[in-house]
Design a protein around this ligand. Structure first.
Ligand code: 0X9
Ligand code: ZN
Length: 696
């Protein structure tokens, strides 16, 4: 253990990014010092970076005695974890204690079943686990309190309908070692070939094992060493065998700290699980969180929910493995957000105070989520989160440039997708086998449509259809947007919008009259950190042209690859003054392919072709051409396309206007000579015109 001076959060974050585990922060003579775990090699690394490294006093003495008020080691006679579980089991037949395997040093990996002693296929298994990471003591206490609470207080009807298991210490050797030798030990106690100790138990599972060196390390001395092979560790093997014998429908793996509820996927930024809406229903969203953080002086008021890569990428991790191998709906709560008391300057990370009232708070904050997980095992389709959310049904999750269709897992893969292009023709895309991502209640069928100008999609035979009503992404033709810069690093087309400052990107006003079941479609990426959640991105919607705005989505943490977002907007139905804005609070954020969409098959109903749009000149020789049509009751949608179907213009014109002026100088990118198609949709009627441009 060593301490180094740091300058505020930025210094802490850069230590974390350099791979150091910051265990605590102390104020010494007015200067913040990070207490970090070091060995000789990493200490040399710090010194080379010019940091003043000193040994951290005070921790070692408190440990060996094992005389904490709340915390107890695994082995401590009478009151340790092993002794407590044995005593509870001896005293009450509701507990069934079993060892599911042995650690490297021969400690039992203890699993407690509550309620029914036998397993029944009619009762879904639910698993709660803690302390893969030795130093994360609050997670063991969380599991112990939950075990006691389920036995004493879970409604008997629910208890009788589930097989509930609790494994309070997955890594007993490491946990014991944190009481006897090194408070901030993380890994198990494997003697490695190079003389170092320990494999990270949460990098040793067989799914995505060793996928890359960002999500785990091949170096034995590393804090995230993945081990010599998948499931090389006996502790991992015990969990793997347990799952084979009792596959859980849902499982929660408690860790500390950060104030997060993570769920798959985490192996690569931007990867979304097919069961995303189920994960979101239980973990909540930033607007409807499931777990509050009521610990005094916490840096957050609730736990941020999100995919694992919001924190950082991991591979060989437990929740990803159980989800892949058994379809288990898994979560990683990172208990408590860390605490900063203004008077003492104490900022704790892994070393949560030895204070029974504070630990009880952590438990109470996390109990509603745990109960929602137990309840959800009865029927995942209708699972209800602690915040009231339920999973969404089959639907399109994105339309373009990649279509993602979420389907009930039981549904046969669609044989084809009808794609209506911008010029109004319909083409059929057939299924490609590798585009199907299998989940537990939903599959996600992904199709790359980059080459098509898709504007509406229909999953043939499934009654699922959606239509892009507007579309913009910083292209030359996307006029009326204000704020942010544009970048050629786009999700589609030539440009995307981007910022890293505190500023707002605002759309022009559009009318989405005549359509219901409206949602917002966009692709995003961001490189924030969950350790600084005040840096965030907020999406807001206005139905009235920008007079009133409400938050519809919040983005926090890392997500450094493009991924699609769907935000349902019930308030947008019929709005004639629809606007969206992206409010960045110092967040490194990009968005692209932004549009209002509608879940409707209307786009596939044939629109009666009424006649020609009027044009001021054809062939066009000047700089501008005026396009006009009979005045309608509702807004007109004007589209201008090249003959190959690329859209150059998408404009909404509201009555009493009934003309659009096309500027062929294109703000520096002049329209090239050739043939174009003008499409005007108004009041369910369509006006077409072929235009020839022959400018000198
Ligand atoms: O790194 C870990 O294993 C967990 N964090 S901790 O600080 N407790 O060590 C996070 C695991 C998150 N899960 C995924 N990213 N999938
Ligand atoms: Zn952990």
């Amino acid at each position: 253990m060593a301490q180094v001076p740091v300058s505020g959060r930025a210094g802490l974050d850069s230590l974390a990014r350099a791979g150091f585990e910051v265990a605590a922060v102390r104020e010494i003579a007015g200067v913040l010092h990070a207490v970090i775990v070091v060995d000789d090699r990493t200490e040399g690394l710090l010194r080379r970076q010019g940091l003043r490294v000193a040994p951290a006093p005070g921790f070692a003495a408190a440990l060996a005695a094992d005389t904490f008020k709340v915390y107890r080691s695994f082995d401590k006679p009478g009151v340790g974890i092993r002794a407590t579980l044995q005593a509870w089991t001896a005293a009450d037949t509701i507990f069934h204690l079993d060892s599911i395997g042995n650690s490297i040093e021969g400690r039992p990996i203890l699993a407690v079943k509550i309620g029914n002693g036998s397993d029944s296929p009619s009762r879904p298994n639910v698993l709660f686990m803690a302390t893969h990471h030795a130093r994360e003591w609050v997670s063991t206490e969380m599991a112990m309190k939950l075990l006691r609470w389920i036995a004493d207080s879970l409604p008997r009807s629910l208890l009788g309908a589930r097989d509930i298991w609790v494994i309070p210490v997955e890594n007993p050797d490491g946990y014991q070692y944190t009481f006897t030798a090194s408070r901030l030990w993380r890994k198990n106690r494997r003697p490695n070939a190079d003389g170092s100790f320990g494999v990270d138990p949460n990098r040793n599972y067989p799914a995505f094992w060793g996928l890359d060196n960002a999500g785990s390390s091949p170096t034995p001395g590393s804090e995230v060493y993945r081990g010599a092979g998948p499931a090389s560790e006996p502790e991992t093997q015990a969990i793997v065998s347990f799952h084979a014998a009792h596959p859980p429908v849902l499982a929660v793996s408690y860790h500390t700290f950060s104030g997060l509820v993570l769920h798959p996927y985490g192996f690569r930024a931007g990867e979304l699980a097919p069961d995303l809406t189920l994960f979101q229903a239980l973990a909540g969203t930033d607007l409807q969180p499931a777990v509050r953080d009521s610990v005094p002086f916490s840096s957050l008021t609730y736990y941020h929910p999100g995919p694992g890569w919001n924190l950082y990428p991991t591979n060989g991790e437990y929740t990803e493995w159980a989800y892949r191998a058994h379809g288990t709906i898994t979560f990683t709560p990172e208990l408590t957000s860390g605490c900063c008391t203004p008077d003492s300057g104490l900022y704790y990370h892994f070393v949560f105070p030895d204070d029974s009232a504070l630990v009880e708070r952590v438990f109470r904050d996390n109990l509603p989520f745990a109960v929602s997980v137990i309840a959800a095992a009865g029927n995942l389709e209708t699972a209800q989160g602690a915040s009231g959310l339920t999973p969404a049904g089959p639907r399109f999750e994105s339309l373009w440039p990649e279509s993602r269709l979420s389907l009930a897992a039981a549904t046969p893969q669609p044989l084809s997708l009808s794609v209506k292009t911008a010029t109004g023709s319909t083409v059929t895309r057939s299924a490609q086998g590798d585009s199907l991502w299998r989940g537990t209640i939903r599959n996600s069928w992904r199709t790359d449509l980059r080459t098509d100008t898709a504007r509406a999609l229909r999953a043939d035979g499934l009654g699922v259809a959606a239509e892009l009503l507007t579309l913009a992404g910083a292209e030359d033709t996307d006029v009326g947007w204000t704020g942010w810069a544009r970048t050629p690093a786009a999700a589609a087309g030539s440009w995307a919008w981007t910022t890293s400052a505190t500023d707002t990107l605002t759309s022009p006003v559009t009318s989405i009259a005549g359509r219901s079941r409206i949602w917002l479609h966009f692709w995003t990426r961001h490189s924030g950190t969950t350790f600084a959640p005040q840096q965030r991105g907020i999406v807001q919607f206005s139905p009235d042209g920008g007079t009133t705005w409400s938050d519809v989505a919040v983005f926090v943490g890392d997500g450094s690859s493009w991924y699609p977002v769907r935000v349902d907007l019930p308030a947008a139905a019929g709005a004639t003054g629809a606007r969206v804005r992206f409010v960045s609070q110092g967040f490194a954020w990009s968005v692209d392919v932004v549009g209002f969409a509608s879940d409707s098959t209307a786009a596939f109903q044939s629109v009666p072709l009424v006649g020609d749009a009027q044009v001021s000149e054809n062939p066009v020789r000047g700089n501008q051409v005026v396009i006009a049509w009979p005045l309608g009751m509702q807004a007109a949608l004007v589209g201008i396309y090249t003959y190959t179907g690329r859209r150059l213009v998408a404009a909404t014109v509201t009555p009493p206007n009934n003309e659009y002026v096309w500027d062929l100088t294109g703000g520096g990118r002049p329209v090239v000579n050739g043939a174009y198609i003008v499409v005007v949709d108004v009041d369910g009627r369509r006006f077409l015109r072929r235009l020839f441009v022959t400018r000198p």
